[in-house]
Design a protein around this ligand. Structure first.
Ligand SMILES: O=C(O)Cc1cc(O)ccc1O
Ligand SMILES: [Fe+2]
Length: 437
């Protein structure tokens, strides 16, 4: 079954599954149609300025407060939250991991969440965590919401179905989804197993970056963001709701499905985006621009130009720059860079950085192309070249990223990663020509 979506970023959407189920001209009628309960879901303080004020009105079979059980503690020990004191190793070093193995035991999207880094402080509502999820089971009667932040999901293996209280998002590798803080959902697998990356953003919501002199088009275009139309189920059997709250997990029981929103309107909603619709803009004569030109979404920190976290992609594109070292330059960055590869090869590291893998170049730690990449780029015939069949991405945050003990001790950690720079030769020989042999 195909699900429907509404185009646009941050629009004031409205959607109903039954004719007349969405009140018109008011939010809270005395007796909503179909005997529904009206409920507001606030994503910003009531008084936030108009540009960042986000809320939706949900018309549902039962209000969310009706759960039969009290909250009890639940345990998801692999999902960590910043500041992850006492668990992390010093995150000093350039790190790279091979793909996280698929689990053999039954694992759903929530129990399959493995935290690699945390940055900042969830309670202070700044910073982020970077996770890998691995899963081989759909959630059926379990549902989840995260009070600690929104979740940006980047599938790498396997299609997923996010059945949320505001509608259904089908997601495959090459697309991303954003699930707002507090949204109730469950995840079904469309394939046997699934793996991907998650950025848990503790701070202000992701938004589209300003384009500045680029103008009104290109990069991500608002119409390519898709928000699901309302969808509900009337399931009167026991269900559970799992909650992540200040880094702790809780569970309560319900006698019915919480996915019972018959109609909704508002601008606080989940969405998906197909990375293939990103129109890259780059250097068309010389030099390698900063990767900020490939920002799909940015979560501001309150300090202008300094993101809590940027979501940046490295999509297929033409390289045309003349007399230019075309791959990324060597650099040291105040922001910290968590990178993943969805498919293909990344031009700065053709070997070793594999789909499903991770690299971590933390605040101020030097990195750049490996020795073979440097040699290839310095000797290349600089005709126009299409970088094709590739999709890497970066979660780039203003905060240092602390490794979890899990990530530090994982067997997939490449012990020899820094050796990829060992063969960078001294080219300086006192002559203006240098030694490029
Ligand atoms: O380190 C990386 O590979 C990511 C990156 C890419 C780029 O083109 C410029 C800077 C940068 O950090
Ligand atoms: Fe970098």
């Amino acid at each position: 079954m195909g699900f429907s979506y509404m185009p646009g970023f941050g629009n004031d959407f409205e959607t109903e599954t039954l004719p007349g189920s969405l009140p018109q001209g008011r939010n809270s009628p005395q007796r909503p149609a179909y005997g529904l309960y009206a409920e507001q879901l606030s994503g910003s303080p009531f008084t936030a300025p108009r540009g960042t004020n986000e809320r939706s009105w949900l018309y549902r079979i039962r209000p969310s407060v009706k759960h039969t059980g009290r909250f009890k503690g639940a345990s998801y020990p692999m999902w960590k939250t910043g500041p992850n004191i006492g668990d992390h190793e010093l995150a000093l070093g350039q790190y790279r991991w091979n793909p996280t193995p698929m689990p053999s035991e039954p694992t759903d999207f929530i129990s399959g969440m493995r935290t690699f880094t945390t940055a900042g402080d969830a309670v202070g509502q700044s910073g982020m965590a970077a996770h890998i999820y691995v899963a081989n089971r759909s959630m059926t009667d379990d549902h989840f919401f995260n009070a600690d932040g929104e979740l940006l999901v980047v599938p790498q293996v396997g299609a997923l179905r996010f059945v949320t209280e505001m509608g259904v998002i089908e997601l495959r590798p090459g697309e991303i989804a954003v699930l707002p803080r507090g949204l109730v959902f469950k995840v079904e697998l469309a394939d046997k197993e699934a793996r991907g990356y998650v950025c848990e953003n503790y701070g202000a919501k992701f938004t589209m970056p300003d384009r500045g002199p680029i103008g009104a088009n290109c990069l991500a275009n608002p119409r390519d963001f898709k928000t699901p139309c309302a969808w509900f189920e009337e399931k009167e059997t026991p269900c559970r709701l799992i909650v992540k709250w200040c880094g702790t997990f809780h569970v309560t029981e319900l006698g019915h499905s919480p996915l019972d929103v018959v109609a909704w309107h508002g601008n606080y909603a989940p969405y998906k985006y197909d990375l293939a619709t990103f129109s890259p803009v780059g250097a068309i004569l010389f030099d390698h621009p900063d990767p900020s030109i490939f920002t799909v979404l940015t979560a501001p920190s309150g300090e202008e130009g300094t993101a809590n976290v940027d979501f940046v992609i490295f999509p297929p594109r033409w390289l045309v720059a003349e007399n230019t070292f075309r791959p990324p330059w060597y650099h040291r960055n105040i922001m910290s860079e968590f990178m993943g590869l969805i498919h293909g090869q990344y031009d700065a590291k053709e070997e070793g950085f594999v789909p499903g893998g991770i690299s971590l170049h933390n605040q101020m730690l030097a990195h750049g192309p490996d020795a073979p990449g440097f040699d290839k780029a310095t000797l290349a015939d600089l005709k126009p070249v299409k970088l094709d069949n590739t999709m890497a991405f970066m979660f780039e945050t203003r905060f240092p990223q602390m490794l979890t003990r899990y990530a530090a001790e994982l067997g997939t950690l490449q012990e020899n990663y820094i050796d990829c720079w060992a063969d960078l030769k001294k080219r300086f020989n006192g002559t203006p020509e240098g030694d490029w042999s």
